[in-house]
Design a binder for this molecule. Structure first.
Ligand code: TXA
Ligand code: MG
Length: 542
């Protein structure tokens, strides 16, 4: 029988408690610590006996290696044989942070830590408490996620205690983790850096630093029967709550309508996006949790494990889950959800890919939509449709005139007059959008329904504000420096620098697009470089 020990609860905000955690670790004990990704079960990575205790507390198979955590760059050369220049550049860009690099290990790392492999995963976490504990221990810390093997990783101290009370010497409470899914694991030992486990540092971000990056196919499909995994962790059942997970993939609107049709039993647990909560309430389902808005990839990652674990404390007999869009920034959360569902999912997308393209005026969105058009995409430009409607949709004009009296002259819209009203008045702008968006969306829906194109590109400056993002299977922003956009708009529209600047300043900044979009394309270098990036985007996602 396993022996139960008394688990101390330490507070990460107290210096004395950090010192106590350091002392326990130096004595070879196991201590759970917060990191920015998930909580880890830490022990001295160089002490075989301490590491054995981690495997025991976790119930982890011996052949699944541990990640070694460091606090300073100098510690790296003590642990690994050779540090490729590419690894130094990634460390420079993403450490401290949610990225683990697999490198050739030095003999100082015991076989038990690396599960007998010649390589080791190293990570420098950014969480101040994790860093303080590593410093206090004075040794590198091996730390797998602090869950019992197979369960979702814990993202708060309460969830750690649920799994580890009586099994580890202490738990350091540092509140909720900000990232919520484990670090990106990237193998740096064989040519092109290869992502073995996706996380907050995306393939696109790594490629932006090194010029190339790839993702192991097992990440999205799971392993075929008998296939040998590149990361031992790939072959184990993972992240699974007690109730089976049924996953619905597609655009947010598509996955929700399929989920809605199936839900309805009193024992159904539902994981859906914030936008769909009101509709779910009509179903009188009680076990409904929100992953955040469908565009909010940071919220999906932050909430996923907490919510999966919460179902374990309910009477849910199955969990119906809306799957976020899978590209780019969502890759980590989607990979964990797919694993939780055993890589089986209902594809609700009807065989069509809708790409939502957004970004500020003059960023180069049209380069992307023309390339997709060359590949047979139906391209729908929301601004162009709006202008068509101004000429043809009498009812819309009447509504505009009712809200903004005087903007209609001889049956035509006085656009400069309307622009002057809405430019300085956010409430007026919201009303204008309410009137026009619904009509533009209706046209877009009709044209998609009437077409048999396999690929649809929606060029929509207000993609998220209009709600059109909910029809998309992938969202992408084209970004460029303000100066470049300014020059382009002035040349294209023949306006003054001041006017162009006012127009640009009224549009969201890069942070908005980074928070909302799955993928960002930077139109910075030459036209040819941008076209190559756009081609890469097409090949990967369309
Ligand atoms: O965010 C994280 O990385 C968290 C926190 C605590 O830092 N840690 C974590 O560790 O997730 P763990 O042990 O739960 O997951 C480590 C993953 C496993 O899938 C393992 O197979 C893989 O990394 N891995 C570790 N060393 C490896 C190696 N040398 N080669 C390939 N894969 C490796
Ligand atoms: Mg784990």
């Amino acid at each position: 029988m396993e022996q139960s020990i008394c688990t101390r609860l330490l507070r990460g905000s107290k210096k004395a408690d950090i010192a106590a955690a350091g002392a326990l670790l130096r004595q070879g004990e196991v201590v759970a610590i917060p990191t920015e990704t998930v909580y880890g079960l830490a022990a001295n990575a160089l002490d075989e006996e301490a590491v054995r205790r981690i495997f025991e507390a976790k119930g982890r198979p011996q052949d699944n290696p541990l990640i070694v955590h460091i606090a300073r760059m100098e510690q790296l050369s003590d642990l690994v044989e050779e540090i490729p220049e590419t690894a130094l550049r990634l460390a420079e860009a993403f450490w401290p942070g949610p990225m683990t690099m697999v490198l050739k290990k030095k003999p100082i790392i015991p076989d038990r830590t690396s599960a007998g492999l010649s390589t080791v995963g190293i990570r420098m976490p950014s969480h101040p408490i994790a860093r303080a504990v590593i410093e206090a221990a004075g040794v590198p810390l091996a730390a797998p996620s602090a869950n019992r093997s197979g369960k979702p990783s814990p993202t708060n101290a309460r969830d750690v205690l649920d799994d580890m009370e009586g099994k580890v010497a202490a738990v350091v409470d540092g509140g909720a983790c900000t990232v919520g899914v484990e670090s990106t694991v990237v193998d740096m030992t064989r040519g092109v850096p290869q992502i073995l486990r996706p996380g907050a540092i995306t393939e696109e971000m790594i490629a932006a630093v090194l010029g190339e990056a790839a993702t192991d196919p097992a990440v999205s499909k799971g392993l075929a029967d008998g296939e040998k995994p590149r990361a031992p962790g790939m072959k184990y059942r993972h992240y699974a709550p007690k109730a089976p997970v049924q996953l619905f993939e597609g655009s947010p609107d598509e996955s929700f309508s399929a989920l809605y049709a199936q839900a309805g039993q009193s024992w159904d647990g539902v994981l859906c996006f914030e936008e769909y909560l009101p509709a779910m309430r009509e179903k009188r389902s009680r076990l409904v949790y929100s992953l955040g808005y469908s565009w909010d990839h940071a919220a999906h990652a932050r909430r996923l494990f907490t919510l999966l674990r919460r179902f374990d404390h309910t009477h849910a007999r199955r969990i119906l889950a809306q799957c976020p869009r899978s590209a780019g920034a969502n890759a980590g959360a989607v990979n964990r959800l797919r694993k939780a569902a055993g890589f089986s999912a209902l594809d609700c997308s009807g065989g069509r890919t809708v790409v939502g393209i957004t970004g500020r005026t003059g960023s180069g969105k049209s380069v992307l939509s023309s390339l997709l058009a060359q590949h047979g995409a139906l391209v729908l430009d929301a601004d162009a449709i709006y202008h068509e409607l101004l000429a043809s949709d009498g009812e819309m004009l009447v509504q505009l005139n009712a809200r903004f009296p005087g903007v209609l002259r001889d049956g035509r819209l006085d656009r400069p007059a309307l622009s002057a009203i809405v430019f300085s008045d956010p409430e007026a702008r919201a009303d204008l959008n309410r009137i026009t968006h619904a009509r533009v969306i209706a046209v877009i829906r009709q044209r998609i329904a009437a077409s048999d194109a396999r690929l649809v590109a929606l060029d929509v400056p207000l993609l998220f504000e209009s709600g059109l993002d909910r029809m998309c299977h992938i969202t992408v922003a084209v970004l460029t420096e303000k100066q470049v956009s300014l020059a382009r708009i002035r040349k294209r529209d023949g306006i003054t620098e001041e006017q162009a600047l006012a127009r640009l300043n009224a549009q969201p900044d890069d942070d908005f697009y980074a928070a909302h979009c799955d993928v960002l394309l930077y139109n910075r270098g030459t036209q040819a470089q941008f076209e190559a990036q756009v081609q890469g985007f097409y090949e990967k996602y369309c």
